[in-house]
Design a protein around this ligand. Structure first.
Ligand SMILES: Cc1cc2nc3c(=O)[nH]c(=O)nc-3n(C[C@H](O)[C@H](O)[C@H](O)COP(=O)(O)OP(=O)(O)OC[C@H]3O[C@@H](n4cnc5c(N)ncnc54)[C@H](O)[C@@H]3O)c2cc1C
Length: 393
């Protein structure tokens, strides 16, 4: 019997486990894939596929609860990333290098600047730039760029390095990993979540459960969520390398974003496609992403293509994450982080840990309550859902 069983060892599950363990809880993560806690290994969840942009401002066209959560998420990185890098001895690629959103025509530039009006009134830091200033900041940017806005407080991280460090850090904090074990169903007794039933028929008991299974959340029975509440949204990424450091900022422009690495790699992302759980990289997407990237940074035309991949973002209909207890008591949902799950990992972990302890979370989670999905998604329940679960399945 563990205090808390966390389902899923992605960024949200690992950050939740660390935050729980720091509060003294005994924690076990159940993960269907193999997990190495030695700091090695890879995974197939979204957290390994992400571009690692911690872009709380660059994507924020208006003020809303998600943007506020993203700002809190970015602030948490300034604490979590150095701490975890120091305790594990790993470089997680955390850089507070800023983001630059650029335009190729006057209309686009006006639109970018217009979207930031609320940020100015909210006291967030940003700098409108013209084309010359953009090239002074990032000399490889095309002469066709007319300007845009710089967000100096946005940051980036290297997701595979971050994931290795999080898993290592979780292990250091005493978190146990039960890997290679897909969860089939949430078990309930006396009206509360009491454990998980694994695909091999075994079960694990926990005082509380945390569901952090990303886009696979809806495949697990008994969560109390409506059918298809969390769906996969495929994203494709092209990685190029010039062998020398090319950019410092994350660059957003028409048709793509560019997330640079110190070793000269540049990640170009990303598509958003609803193709079920079909992994793959398509010729059309690679063509479009590379064309858009070369328009912004012409020298990329001579870069080597070093890797292509796709991953599945956990999408909800209103694009908001799902945070909190839903229809099943004792089951804390931490899923549906869609485009911002890396950015929101540590803050989600802190929210989960506070909720598990019966405390007020550090951020108001009412806008992210699981119940809203019941209302908007209709009353249909998952096979084996809360009602049956409450009956003692
Ligand atoms: C191409 C792409 C680019 C992205 N770029 C960014 C970015 O720049 N910045 C950003 O903030 N976000 C980005 N995202 C989004 C981000 O990656 C996700 O929101 C985030 O990783 C979700 O984390 P998670 O832990 O919820 O899910 P995941 O990382 O998918 O982890 C879920 C885990 O649960 C496990 N699991 C699933 N089902 C079961 C089961 N039945 N039993 C046991 N274990 C199970 C899986 O194996 C997996 O390890 C991007 C995503 C994609 C695809």
């Amino acid at each position: 019997m563990t205090d808390v069983v966390v389902i899923g060892a992605g960024v949200v599950g690992c950050a939740s486990a660390i935050a729980l363990a720091r509060r003294g809880a005994s924690v076990r993560i159940v993960e269907r894939a193999g997990v190495e806690t030695s700091g090695e290994g890879t995974g197939d969840g979204a957290s390994w596929a992400a571009a690692g942009i911690l872009g709380a401002q660059v994507e924020a066209a208006e003020d809303n609860p998600l943007v506020r959560l993203c700002l809190e998420g970015r602030a948490r990185y300034a604490v979590w990333a150095p701490e975890i890098a120091a305790s594990t001895g790993l470089d997680v690629g955390y850089r507070r290098a800023g983001a630059l959103h650029v335009a190729l025509d006057a209309e686009e530039r006006e639109e970018i600047v217009g979207h930031t009006a609320w940020q100015v009134t909210s006291g967030l830091t940003l700098e409108p730039v013209d084309g010359r200033q953009a090239r002074a900041i990032e000399p490889e940017i095309s002469p066709a760029v007319l300007g845009g806005v710089r967000f100096p407080d946005d940051a980036r991280i290297d997701p595979p390095s971050w994931m290795r460090a999080l898993r290592l850090s979780a292990g250091q904090a005493g978190v146990q990993f039960h890997s290679g074990s897909p969860v089939r169903k949430i078990l309930v007794s006396e009206g509360r979540a009491s454990g998980v039933l694994l695909e091999d028929g075994a079960s694990l008991r926990g005082g509380k459960l945390v569901l952090a299974a990303g886009c696979w959340t809806s495949q697990i029975e008994g969560t109390g969520l409506p059918v298809g509440a969390v769906r996969p949204a495929r994203g494709q990424i092209v990685e190029l390398s010039t062998g020398r450091r090319l950019l410092d900022h994350v660059i957003y422009g028409p048709g793509c974003y560019l997330s640079p690495r110190e070793d000269g790699r540049v990640l170009i992302g990303a598509t958003t496609e609803f193709v079920g759980y079909e992994p793959g990289v398509t010729a059309g997407a690679v063509r479009d992403l590379i064309s858009a990237a070369v328009r912004l940074v012409p020298v990329l035309a001579s870069a080597s293509v070093t890797r292509l991949w796709s991953g599945f973002r956990p999408y909800t209909q209103d694009t908001l994450p799902v945070l909190g207890e839903g229809a099943v008591r004792g089951l804390i949902l931490a899923t549906g982080h869609f485009r911002n799950g890396v950015l929101l990992g540590p803050i989600s972990g802190e929210i989960v840990a506070a909720l598990a302890a019966g405390e007020r979370p550090p951020v108001d989670v009412a806008p992210f309550a699981p119940d809203r999905l019941r209302v908007e998604g209709g009353a249909q329940r998952a096979e084996g859902g809360a009602q049956r679960a409450k009956e003692g399945a």
